[in-house]
Design a protein around this ligand. Structure first.
Ligand code: NOJ
Ligand code: NOJ
Length: 584
């Protein structure tokens, strides 16, 4: 090159650097080099592409109001030139996290614009209602900050939860940076509107995040649960003690457990919909409620929990029918759900990134905690990487831990390489890529696709998962869906027991575990020989119940007819029963 004139040298350099823009080098076997290249390249493209989709100055957001994010610049087939509360909130949650990491002043301006735009949106009267009459569940708006009046799948109740999570994250940053006044005056009032909506409406029917199924949805419940927990924490930081979000949060946590399908095993996406229930919905639920402090907790469905790992395994396997997955053994391109027919049913970029992200989050927890636990539930997932893997706890000093974590990292990276393979040369990310050919399909420059790329890259760096209060939660004894009136009933039974024997109760309502002796509620022997427990039961209902004894694995039921009672509104009650030992 030194023989060429300087101008030509520069040209050659420019050509070389253009060439090196293409991130995925098919010729090399060195996986990690390619992943790093792709991340460096796509991080830059994605960051710019997100900003291009935000008004008022975004290059692809002409005529869009300040702080409004378009889902995609595509105006027909499909027309995504609107602002969805879900997409916008997920995007701004990312930008708020980026801002906290890099303290970027330009981002700060976008964030403040976003807050301003949401304050307007919250107040719009829409087909879902007005501010206090359901309007917060409206899913999408015109880019000039007016309501959209066309027919749509509404309401979608994940929006207010995701929006408050984004705003709470920003509020916490402001508090840490000594700007509590701004939080009190500007952010809290908006956050409170969303949280109050979630607290009172979480148990109402809603369209799912794919805007198709009207029922209850796991993703929606999970993000609502998170919002209420961190909202309760913020309220107490601001000394707004009167807001009690803990109670509905407990009830949602309870409800979340009912989506688990043990015979899958996987988490079912919706209570309606007539499908298998295998759905990206659940993977997104896990990564968007990741809390580093909660370890691999299964009840909050943490990314590394045995439930979420088993769920990921079932989810990925459900997409072997895409032609582009032919000949691939275990890392399939994945879509929303196997039955999907939207645009013919294709893999989505944001789905591909989500699989990688769940695993990066998991690796981060395993490495931080210094061990990895395999249970019978998660075993099939781990056996893919080591056929000799067994249930048990593997410490980071063991060969097993090292082998498993390095292979899982490679596996997660292979998902980024899949995304890389189907990313066009210029780095643009559409919504989907074709199930047969891998070419981009659907809305171009989908803002959410770019955000999903960036959150996955951040997860690989281990910068995600700031704690929101998932740690140490327990599922309450009583799951209350209806929110109808309840009464407290104290059950006392005089029952002598031998050492090691305990008294339980079960009966004819959900609260009494529906006659299931395995889940029967244990009574306290505090006033032995009287055993007691106080339970919230629905008011105005006829209840039947029985006590059981459990001793060394044996279960004995109280003999004779069931005990019966009727509960009345406002009528807390006490039952005093006797169970003589004769039948044991
Ligand atoms: C059907 C798709 O499946 C859904 O996800 C989408 O939001 C609507 N059409 C509107 O484009
Ligand atoms: C269709 C997706 O199903 C939905 O989740 C999303 O909000 C809209 N497109 C806009 O991106």
């Amino acid at each position: 090159m030194h023989l060429l004139p300087i101008g030509l040298q520069l040209l050659a350099l420019a050509l070389l650097s253009l060439q090196s823009q293409y991130p995925f080098d098919r010729g090399t076997c060195n996986v990690s080099v390619d992943v790093d290249k792709y991340i460096r390249f796509e991080r830059r493209v994605a960051t710019a592409a997100i900003v291009a989709n935000i008004g008022p100055q975004g290059a692809k957001a002409r005529g869009v109001k300040a702080g409004v994010v378009v889902a995609s610049p595509s105006k027909h087939e499909p027309d995504y030139f609107y602002s969805w509360t879900r997409d916008s909130s997920l995007v701004f949650k990312l930008l708020i996290d980026q801002h906290a990491l890099y303290n970027d002043a330009i981002l700060r301006q976008h964030i403040d614009n976003f807050i301003g735009a949401q304050a307007v949106i919250q107040n719009l009267a829409s087909p879902s209602g007005g501010l206090f009459t359901g309007g917060l569940g409206e899913p999408k708006f015109n880019v000039d900050l007016t309501a959209f009046h066309g027919p749509w799948g509404r309401p979608q109740r994940d929006g207010p939860a995701l929006r408050s999570t984004a705003m709470i994250t920003y509020a916490n940053w402001l508090i840490d940076n000594k700007n509590i006044t701004h939080v009190q005056s500007t952010l809290w009032p908006l956050i409170k509107l969303d949280l109050d909506y979630v607290a009172t409406n979480w148990n109402q029917t809603s369209f799912d995040l794919w805007e198709e199924v009207s029922s209850s949805s796991f993703f929606t419940a999970v993000v609502q649960h998170r919002a209420l927990r961190e909202g309760a924490n913020l309220a107490s930081k601001l000394q707004r003690v009167s807001y009690n979000y803990g109670k509905p949060a407990d009830n949602i946590l309870c409800f979340m457990q009912s989506f688990w399908n043990p015979s899958g095993p996987y988490m079912t996406a919706n209570t309606g919909g007539d499908r298998s229930g295998i759905d990206l919905n659940t993977v997104l639920a896990s990564i968007h409620t990741y809390d580093i402090a909660a370890g691999c907790d299964a009840i909050t469905f943490q990314p590394c929990s045995d439930r979420a790992i088993a769920n990921l395994f079932a989810y990925v396997k459900a997409f072997d029918m895409y032609k582009i997955n032919d000949g691939v053994e275990d890392y399939f391109s994945t879509g929303r759900y196997p039955e999907d027919v939207y645009y013919g049913g294709n893999p989505w970029y944001l789905a591909t990134f989500a699989v990688a992200e769940q695993l990066y989050d998991s690796l981060h927890v395993w490495n931080t905690e210094g061990f990895l636990q395999i249970t019978p539930l998660s075993l099939p997932f781990f056996r893919q990487f080591d056929p000799t893997a067994d249930p048990g706890c593997h410490f980071n000093t063991s060969r097993k831990f090292v082998t498993l974590t390095s292979r899982i990292l490679e596996y997660a990276d292979s998902y980024l390489l899949l995304a890389a393979r189907y990313t066009p040369q210029d780095g643009a990310l559409a919504e989907q890529y074709d199930r047969d050919t891998g070419t981009p399909v659907g809305a171009r420059d989908l803002t959410w696709s770019y955000a999903a790329a960036l959150t996955a890259f951040n997860a690989r760096d281990g910068t995600g998962g700031k704690s929101w209060g998932a740690k140490g939660l327990i599922v309450p004894d009583v799951c209350r869906r209806g929110g109808g009136p309840s009464v407290k009933v104290s059950f006392n039974v005089f029952a002598k027991t031998v050492h090691g024997e305990n008294i339980y109760i079960t009966g004819s309502s959900t609260e009494l575990t529906n006659w299931n002796p395995e889940d029967a509620l244990i009574l306290s022997p505090e006033y032995y020989p009287t055993w007691s427990i106080t339970i919230d039961l629905p008011a105005n209902s006829d209840i039947e119940y029985k006590y059981i004894r459990k001793h060394k694995g044996n279960v004995a039921w109280q003999s004779g007819l069931n005990n019966r009672m009727t509960t009345h509104t406002g009528g807390n009650a006490t039952r005093s029963d006797t169970w003589w030992r004769s039948e044991f």
